[in-house]
Design a protein around this ligand. Structure first.
Ligand code: ASP
Length: 323
């Protein structure tokens, strides 16, 4: 009897959460710098999720550093009430393979709220670098071994992962210059302080279009269809066999967030992913909005687990572990 009463009470508390959620602003933590590609996705998404969440105020908080592990650890420890969420990318799969001392557990410290989009990357250089195509870039890199500065957003970030693969494919070591996101790295690349970077098209497309950086290749198996990037060869065409990396972004809440609140946020996310404005903005930057079962929490979780397994050997081949 006592058990039944407790269960009924539990149910009451659960539905009370969903009935009133959200009754105050919801914060989406972005573990990279404002103005960068992850931040771009989060700000566009927050706008699209506001209405489906009952005109909620959705704030973005940039919690920076260590290739997203600082922001991710903060969210893993946050109050699991639905008011603190996180938007992160493929780092959720690269960090567990790269970091020997993970400050949180990707598999068990989060509620998965759904996958958002997939974004290709591009290899870009400072505008003053003289190489006109990938062949000339390889020659330039070979001629400048030991002097090449490669920008990235810290260990485990997408740009770090792609940069590792690039160095490994060319067998050329470059000096890693970590930033707290690729927005400031892009500023330094345009200014010539660093030489080369791999970054999401959501950040690079406008800079490529404005000719503020040089572009050499896309990281997808097929060429892209976005007007600005449609003539850019794939790295595979340029002889980097099997080079393929696509960045994905997902939404997370701390483990223990009530199931009905998770369902409410997931529902708002699914509506946002069909919002024509959101889709248009993202597609113009080369992103593909998820339109399959990975928008469901269980499939999102399965997908991330599979990605952790998939990236293990690639990272092991690059022989870099961070203590
Ligand atoms: N593009 C970054 C990365 O390399 C993240 C960011 O700055 O949004 O992971």
């Amino acid at each position: 009897m006592k058990k039944l009463l407790l269960a009924a009470l539990g149910l009451l508390v659960l539905s009370a959460h969903a009935d009133t959620f959200p009754s105050k602003p919801v914060t989406i933590v972005v573990p990279f710098v404002a103005g960068g590609p992850t931040d771009r996705v989060a700000r566009d998404l927050a706008e699209a999720m506001r209405k489906p969440l009952g005109d909620a105020t959705i704030l973005i908080e940039n919690v920076l550093g260590a290739g997203s592990s600082i922001g991710s650890a903060k969210v893993a420890r946050a109050n699991p009430d639905g008011y603190t969420l996180m938007l992160n990318h493929i780092a959720m799969a690269s960090m567990p393979n790269l970091l020997r001392n993970m400050p949180f557990k990707v598999e068990s410290d989060f509620e998965y709220l759904g996958l958002i989009n997939e974004v290709p990357m591009t290899v870009i250089t400072r505008p003053t670098l003289p190489a006109k195509n990938m062949k000339e870039l390889r020659e330039w890199l070979n001629a400048n071994k030991g002097k090449i500065n490669l920008g990235n957003a810290g260990v485990g970030s997408a740009s770090h992962l792609c940069g590792l693969m690039f160095q490994n494919a060319l067998q050329i070591d470059m000096t890693s210059i970590p930033y707290k996101g690729t927005a400031p790295a892009m500023t330094d690349l345009m200014g010539g302080q660093i030489d080369i970077m791999c970054d999401q098209t959501t950040n690079t497309t406008p800079m490529i279009e404005a000719k503020k950086v040089n572009v050499y290749g896309v990281t997808t198996a097929k060429r892209l269809t976005t007007p600005v990037l449609k003539d850019v060869p794939t790295l595979q065409e340029d002889g980097l066999k099997g080079f393929e990396v696509t960045i994905w972004h997902g939404l997370y809440a701390p483990k223990g967030t009530p199931a009905d609140v998770v369902a409410k946020i997931n529902n708002a996310l699914k509506i946002a992913l069909k919002d024509p404005d959101f889709v248009k903005k993202q597609e113009a930057l080369g992103a593909v909005i998820i339109n399959d079962k990975r928008v469901e929490p269980a499939e999102h979780k399965r997908f991330v687990a599979a990605e952790i397994t998939k990236w293990g050997p690639v990272i092991a081949a690059a022989k870099v572990y961070i203590d």
